[in-house]
Ligand binder design. Structure first.
Ligand code: TEU
Ligand code: CA
Length: 539
């Protein structure tokens, strides 16, 4: 595999609304991020991925864009954005923007004109006389009626997020112009939102009945996807030193190889979702009990099947997922399980991603009342679930565990008022545990999630075998343990993780290796302690 900067650096995802409020209106903003550049520098990350900051009615908090070339006033100005790029670059940190082009906001002028069938815009979206049977990612129907045009339009997400018609070459030219605009401003690449949905079967056949995503085969991984991505690469991306990561739900390793093999010139890496189903049946609202094997199997499958054929990402959290300690670790062993999960993940092959707060071991807020939640998906799913006959109590349990707002509570900087995020009450309440879990506290302790993350970042920078080496499972059938080996021509790394809160027997002898990392100060003979993780190295 070709060596490149975007395979070697840690990416840090910022959800701007919740990172740092600089002007005391309760909403995080770009000047707030600028204040924290030294924090990012010190942590050691090389790239920032910024969730959308564009002009938007904020129905889906920025994933519904009404102007791709301007900044939402609550986040700042275009000048703030230019300053952010400059400050990050001064700190040797690259910046990746979120590119949300499967859909726009219904307030985008393109949609407004399309509704009126104005000129070339008549055909910018998907329109039908009859309501088609496709399901929305947010629950319910994906086709809704527009009174003014007298037709149905497609929205795979909220009603306010109509899907663009990518078969229309004018749409593709407009997207390319948006990309050039940001690349010319100095941005270093894009995280491409739901990119494997852009190409559709434009005859819009009705889908067979299904509780989840009816009609999926007509809008997910359509063959034209490769054509369109290659076109963006050829006309725009290849002309800049930049990278793209595609968000791609429902892809298999062989799809990912088509999307990311360097010779095909489409994307540079993808976010796959298989391991996000470790505690559910594909759709997160159908929960099942988590078992360590449910994480090991998909992670190992992707390591084994993509090596040499494409490039993967390593993530456990983002702004759409509940916190990983709650899902795959244990609140009783917050430090141990957070650090074990980080060890398990970040010594694999792929570009590593940290979601804000993960590096200090933030946990779910788990708000009890529906009106404490702000997320449109949460409210839509509640309504949809109640319609299907689930009780209020049952729906609230799902939401407490899986709502996206669990990851969107304000970043916990200190034990000051509102966690040091803002002097006024924030748009979404702070997690009440901020007095114990916050950056200041984590930096003060000598054994903390924060210091452990820093250590991993240093190790990945030091040993290329962690980035590029081959992967091999060890002891795959062991249900409690996740152990693997990474090798290149000269070096060898062994990772051993106890995925449970019990002591487990372990008698492998790695005495000819150096123990370069562990989340326990003392190792016991023939025993791995709860959530213990070890990394061994040999030249
Ligand atoms: O997410 C797409 C996506 O797959 C999620 O909607 C996912 O199905 C859901 O959040 C899991 O609960 C992207 C963005 O990351 C998300 O924030 C947006 O809401 C969505 O696209 C629409 O733009
Ligand atoms: Ca603000």
């Amino acid at each position: 595999m070709k060596k490149t900067w975007f395979k070697e650096q840690f990416v840090y995802q910022i959800y701007p609304r919740s990172f740092k409020d600089s002007n005391q209106d309760g909403i995080g903003d770009i000047p707030g991020i600028i204040e924290k550049v030294p924090y990012l520098k010190d942590l050691g990350v090389g790239i920032v991925w910024l969730s959308p900051v564009y002009q938007s009615p904020m129905e889906d908090f920025g994933y519904d864009i009404s102007d791709y070339r301007n900044i939402a006033p609550e986040f700042g100005t275009l000048d703030d954005m230019k300053r952010l790029i400059k400050e990050l670059h001064k700190a040797k940190i690259k910046l990746v923007m979120d590119l949300v082009v499967n859909h726009t906001s219904s307030e985008h002028p393109w949609f407004q004109k399309s509704v009126k069938r104005e000129g070339k815009y008549a055909d910018y979206y998907h329109w039908e006389d009859k309501k088609k049977k496709w399901g929305s990612f947010f629950g319910g129907d994906a086709w809704s009626y527009n009174e003014e045009r007298g037709q149905y339009y497609l929205h795979l997400f909220a009603k306010g997020q109509p899907d663009l018609n990518w078969d229309n070459p004018d749409v593709r030219e407009d997207v390319k112009d948006i990309m050039r605009f940001w690349l010319d401003l100095g941005v270093d690449g894009f995280r491409c939102d739901v990119i494997n949905l852009i190409a559709k079967d434009n005859t819009h056949p009705n889908g067979h009945w299904s509780l989840i995503l009816r009609g999926k085969k007509y809008f997910c991984n359509h063959p034209n996807l490769h054509k369109y991505l290659h076109e963006l690469n050829r006309d725009v991306l290849s002309k800049y030193d930049c990278f793209t990561v595609g968000e791609t739900a429902f892809v298999k390793p062989k799809d990912a190889a088509l999307l990311t093999h360097p010779d095909r010139q489409e994307l540079d890496m993808v976010f796959e979702f298989d391991h996000m189903a470790a505690d559910n049946y594909v759709v997160k609202w159908f929960m099942k009990k988590f078992k360590p094997m449910n994480l090991k199997k998909p992670l190992s499958k992707w390591q084994n099947q993509l090596n040499g054929k494409g490039w993967n990402t390593l993530y456990l959290e983002n702004h759409d997922q509940a916190r990983s300690i709650n899902r795959f670790g244990s609140l009783e062993y917050r430090y141990e399980s957070a650090t074990m999960l980080a060890t398990m993940l970040y010594f694999q092959q792929g570009t590593p991603f940290i979601y804000q707060g993960q590096e200090i071991g933030m946990t779910n807020a788990g708000f009890e009342q529906l009106d404490q939640y702000q997320d449109i998906e949460t409210h839509n799913i509640y309504r949809f679930g109640r319609k299907l006959g689930f009780s209020h109590k049952r729906m609230m349990k799902k939401i407490r565990m899986m709502s996206r707002d669990n990851a969107r509570t304000p970043m916990q900087w200190s034990s000051d008022f509102n966690a040091g995020f803002s002097n006024v009450d924030p748009w979404l309440s702070v997690n009440p545990n901020y007095k114990e879990i916050n950056v200041v506290e984590e930096q003060k302790k000598d054994q903390s999630v924060y210091h452990y993350f820093k250590r991993i970042i240093d190790l990945r920078n030091k040993y290329p075998v962690i980035v590029y080496g081959d992967y091999k499972d060890l002891d795959f059938r062991n249900k409690s343990l996740y152990s693997y080996q990474r090798t290149d021509k000269t070096d060898e790394i062994i990772v051993v993780c106890n995925g449970t809160k019990r002591d487990i027997e372990y008698s492998k002898d790695y005495s000819d290796f150096t123990l370069i990392l562990s989340n326990y100060r003392d190792q016991k003979e023939n025993i791995l302690q709860p959530f213990e993780a070890r990394v061994y190295y040999k030249k």
